[in-house]
Design a protein around this ligand. Sequence first.
Ligand code: CO
Ligand code: CO
Ligand code: CO
Length: 352
Amino acid sequence: MTMSEKIKLTSYSTKGGCGCKIGPADLHQVIQTLPPAEPDPNLLVGLDTSDDAGVYKLTDELALVQTVDFFTPIVDDPYSFGQVAAANALSDIYAMGGKPLTVLNIVAFPIKKLDKSVLADILRGAGDKVKEAGATLVGGHSIDDNEPKFGLAVTGLVHPAKAKTNTGAKPGDKLILTKPIGVGILTTSIKKDALSEEEIARVTKVMTTLNKTAAEVMEPYDVHGCTDVTGFGLLGHAAELAKGSGVGVRIGQAQVPVLPRVRELAEAGFVPGGTKNNYAHLEGTVTFASSIDQIDQWILCDAVTSGGLLISVAADRAEALLADMYGAGVEAAIIGETVSDHPGEIRVEPSL
Ligand code: CO
Ligand code: CO
Ligand code: CO
């Protein structure tokens, strides 16, 4: 395909939609109307803790980790979109301390409107990431749809006693984040043609980076809890960890790595609806220091695609883990800590 006939994949969205998640409050309302599921003693992690993936015990040594994720295009290049979607779906396995084993492709595609080579490029991008993860594609399902959507169902394995849940953080832990934030604001800016090719490449690189290395580096450490930062944003996923673990969270705004130009683009109005929803849902859970303005509050809630791991590690191991992350090329940062005060709630300070 030549530059002149380059498609704008993000424009094939029938509702100008963001492909973002249905918010936790709306989902909760729906689930409440359903009959309760039969208890199963082998279900180690299920729906009730809003964790990254389900964990189902097969034997005393082995458990399945299962997750699914798909969305509308957030970048225009089909190959990159496939890579982002795959890295994002695989991430939930890494966030549980698991290893991905098999994947299934989930495809919705306007096969009469868009060239078949576009779909081939999406699948090729995903396939390359699946290969990098050491997993195996075993099948998939596709439908003809006005709006392209793509993602994966992923099955992984973990030792049942070693699954890293979002309910295990202990007071006094340090919180490590392994990728910068601001992805939602930047991808919204892509749709509005507000980013240069270099800036698009930069944010795409962040999203296509697997959390594989970060997960491998954290494995031998005394990690109490872990989740990955995706649709509900840094503070949304930190809130799930705080509530699930019964700990308070303190975050230093200055310690959180944010991608270049995010603040400027947020000031220019490129804050996605999903990010503002995240912010609204966190009212009563998050308290911001008065010096942190609305723009920075939104940035900390920004809806992320394929974000980093948020790791709650014993404080005396945090610096060593951070050094190992750097050594492995992971741009990690200590962004906060867990405390016994204000359990289930987050306090954001200008700096810790
Ligand atoms: Co997740
Ligand atoms: Co997910
Ligand atoms: Co986890």
